[in-house]
Design a binder for this molecule. Structure first.
Ligand SMILES: [Zn+2]
Length: 200
């Protein structure tokens, strides 16, 4: 469970965030050897950016096979979180796939800040289900009175085991900054106004 930070500038203006490195660390282990190998391989072939096409070529070169979906199931999966509807502290473009052979199940970062391509980092996948790679917008919150709320889009709050409606409160709307002190920013429980403690 990663810690979720609340950042708010004033009452009614705030958001949740999870440290991106921590979020990744809960799902994968950094693999320096493969990172070096991929970077060197790209450099030798004059590839500037780790696009999905380039990554497919790298895998084919190393294993003789096309990468497939994680755990050998389904499709090669790429995602970019370069939008406001997530809770990661940094933008992150990444792919998850199964490379087969000795390479195994991998996650490779392709881009960072603002969606710009960056030097790839290769990680070994440690998840047991691909859904963990898609939950970059989910957080669960509970107040001292045991009211439970969660978000699936980093924006709106819904009751745990409840649904969304037009009247669903938003995280930004529930953000509170007591005495203008940003250090004490919190998201107020829509039911009792106590602070919600979030995990993701
Ligand atoms: Zn409450």
């Amino acid at each position: 469970m990663a810690d979720v930070m609340v950042t708010a500038w004033s009452n009614g203006d705030g958001w949740l965030s999870v440290d991106t490195a921590e979020w990744i660390a809960e799902r994968a282990e950094h693999c320096e050897k493969l990172t070096d190998d991929l970077r060197e391989w790209m450099e030798n072939r004059d590839f500037k950016h780790p696009t999905t096409d380039v990554l497919v070529l790298w895998v084919k070169d190393r294993t003789g096979e096309d990468p497939v979906g994680l755990y050998g199931d389904g499709l090669f999966w790429a995602h970019n979180t370069c939008n406001i509807e997530n809770i990661l502290s940094d933008d992150l473009g990444f792919v998850v796939f199964s490379a087969g052979g000795e390479l195994g199940d991998l996650m490779v970062t392709m881009s960072g800040d603002g969606g710009l391509y960056s030097q790839p980092e290769v990680y070994r996948d440690t998840t047991t289900d691909t859904v963990y790679w898609g939950d970059y917008a989910h957080a669960f919150g509970r107040c001292v009175n045991d009211h439970e709320w969660e978000t699936y889009d980093g924006h709106r709050l819904q009751r745990y085991d409840g649904g969304l409606s037009d009247a669903s409160p938003t995280i930004s709307g529930q953000a509170r900054v007591p005495f203008g002190d940003h250090q004490r920013a919190y998201v107020a429980c829509p039911e009792c106004r106590k602070s919600l403690r979030f995990t993701a």
